[in-house]
Design a protein around this ligand. Structure first.
Ligand code: SAH
Length: 214
């Protein structure tokens, strides 16, 4: 990353102290420069452990939350992953170092376009970014080994549950958008789904339909 050594140390310290302990996740987060995903006024705060505004009224998630969600997915290195909510592309870039293939979708075309440019710049060839309504998942590429949703729905959208392989894992925030939400992990079993509550979080809402800029 292009952070100063001191910024980098604080960045990694914040991750560890908030529970990001998986070494492969930490090293992926060390490799992907968060500063590339934040433009303008807030760029100088890229290495602080806080969510920051990006285009289209959205936010790039807090690094420690990115780390905790990535760790909760229990990636094997061979997974086909769907991310709903590309946003800046930061989370997808981290996933791409830990997965075989990453599909990421956002309802805002502008965000997808800008994220793609960064993926090209970083030479991350295993990410496909598309403008689409992630509430319906990505039927063409389903089923997925792992699904991560980075916007909050009241309940896990049923198309996403349906597109998860047996043994597959989905991590997502659920709950009302203006109150505290819960990060949950859903594991698909042969006979149904297992739900675990991980921690309280706060995300922008999952909104149906495409954004106005498309
Ligand atoms: N993962 C992002 C942060 C995502 S912010 C990052 O690393 O920067 C949440 C994103 O979800 C926003 O960009 C928003 O446009 C998107 N979103 C909300 N509802 C959506 C939907 N139905 N389908 C696809 N994307 C959606």
């Amino acid at each position: 990353m292009s952070a100063s050594p001191e910024q980098q140390m604080q960045f990694l310290y914040a991750l560890r102290s908030k529970g990001v302990t998986d070494k492969t996740v930490l090293s992926a987060m060390e490799r992907i420069d968060r500063g590339l995903f934040i433009k303008g006024y807030f760029a100088e705060r890229a290495y602080e452990d806080m969510p920051l505004p990006i285009a289209c009224g959205q936010t790039i998630s807090q690094p420690s939350v990115v780390g905790i969600m990535t760790q909760a997915l229990k990636l094997s290195g061979r997974d086909k992953v769907l991310e709903v909510g590309t946003g800046s592309g930061y989370q997808a870039a981290i996933l791409s170092l830990l997965a075989r293939r990453v599909y990421t979708v956002d309802r805002h075309q502008r965000l997808v376009r800008e994220a793609r440019e960064i993926f090209e710049h970083l030479a991350l060839p295993n990410i496909t970014a598309m403008t689409s309504d992630g509430c319906f998942g990505l039927e063409d590429q389903a089923p997925f080994d792992r699904i991560m949703v980075t916007a909050a729905a009241e309940d896990p959208p049923s198309p996403l549950l349906a597109q998860l392989k047996i043994g597959g894992i989905m991590v997502l925030p659920v709950g009302q958008s203006d109150t505290v939400q819960s990060l949950i992990r859903v594991t698909r079993l042969e006979t149904g789904f297992d739900y675990e509550e991980l921690r309280p979080v706060r995300f922008v809402p999952l909104v149906e339909g495409l954004g106005k800029d498309t």
